[in-house]
Write a protein that binds this ligand. Structure first.
Ligand SMILES: Nc1ncnc2c1ncn2[C@@H]1O[C@H](COP(=O)(O)OP(=O)(O)O)[C@@H](O)[C@H]1O
Ligand SMILES: [Mg+2]
Length: 278
């Protein structure tokens, strides 16, 4: 697949500076009259791992719904390259959406189908490929996530970590340009969670996809993030943007620092003989 960025570079755009893949501009998000977040402005660059973080209920999943074209902004724009999603025709919206791979929180596999059938589903929906070819691609994607040989298993026969990886294989079925994940490591033990992080990194490196992840797992954030945005529920807007390691060390906002220093603050409190109640 040839990319526009392979051609002559744009003026003022150095070779080391990747192009903007997703641009969120003046975005307000609301359910009816109920405002969730306002004035969101940030850019996700092609090929980076971008983290959406913030406390429970601040609007992270809602932002993801806006980024995958499931929810229309109350105000503002979501652009892919220079294309404004909500000003595009239905056909163009479909074309943009086909480039998205989505890993849902639960993995969201069909329990009555085998893993190979689950992973082949997007191919059946969006391509005219023959069943044998779909099966071949499903096997290939399963091998990518370490599930070779599990084609004919059902979701109930494998572990939670394996189900997440199967969900990831399905999200990658159509070779997406952008992979979206909502709390991918939720419910996983630390080792499975690490494996999933490594896998996401590998897929980004080998396939060159842009990756957008909602998570509040610090280990995961510091292990894989290139860039991040922090949503705040109280002020209903973003209060930090940038490399989370830099934010952890340099942010002057106490809410951002508290969030990113959670583990260390907890450990310090325990060491200092801090209250260990309940
Ligand atoms: N379909 C919906 N209708 C109305 N309010 C919703 C809906 N989904 C979520 N909300 C509310 O929007 C806020 C943000 O939700 P969500 O994006 O799921 O937060 P997060 O993913 O950060 O935990 C919450 O207060 C939630 O109750
Ligand atoms: Mg959520």
């Amino acid at each position: 697949m040839s990319s526009v960025s392979d051609q002559s570079p744009k003026v003022g755009n150095s070779e080391t500076e990747p192009e903007a893949h997703i641009t969120v501009r003046n975005l307000d998000m609301a359910y009816g009259d109920f405002l969730i977040q306002r004035d969101l402005n940030f850019t996700i660059r092609r090929g980076e791992i971008f983290i959406i973080m913030g406390g429970s209920g601040c609007g992270k999943s809602t932002l993801l719904k806006h980024l995958v074209g499931l929810m229309e902004p109350a105000r503002g724009e979501v652009l892919y390259g220079s294309e404004d999603f909500w000003k595009a025709s239905a056909i163009d919206q479909q074309r943009l959406k086909r480039k998205f791979g989505i890993l849902y929180q639960s993995g969201a596999l069909w329990s009555s189908m085998t893993l190979a059938e689950n992973i082949g589903l997007p191919l059946e929906e969006f391509t005219d490929l023959e069943p044998a070819e779909i099966r071949r691609i499903a096997s290939l994607k399963m091998a990518l996530v370490g599930l070779a040989g599990f084609e004919d298993f059902h979701p109930s026969e494998i572990s939670g970590g394996m189900r997440k990886r199967a969900g990831l294989a399905r999200a990658m079925a159509l070779d997406p340009e952008i992979l979206f994940c909502d709390e991918p490591s939720a419910g996983l033990d630390p080792i499975s969670s690490r494996m999933l992080d490594d896998l996401i990194l590998q897929l980004r490196d080998s396939l060159g996809a842009t990756v957008v992840i909602v998570t509040h797992e610090l280990a995961s954030i510091f292990a894989i993030a290139d860039d991040s945005v922090f949503l705040d529920a109280d002020t209903k807007t973003m209060i930090a943007l940038g490399d989370p390691r830099v934010l952890r060390d340099q942010s002057t906002n106490p809410r951002v620092r508290n969030f990113l220093l959670r583990g260390e603050l907890g450990a310090a409190a325990t060491q200092a003989g801090g209250a260990v109640t309940g």
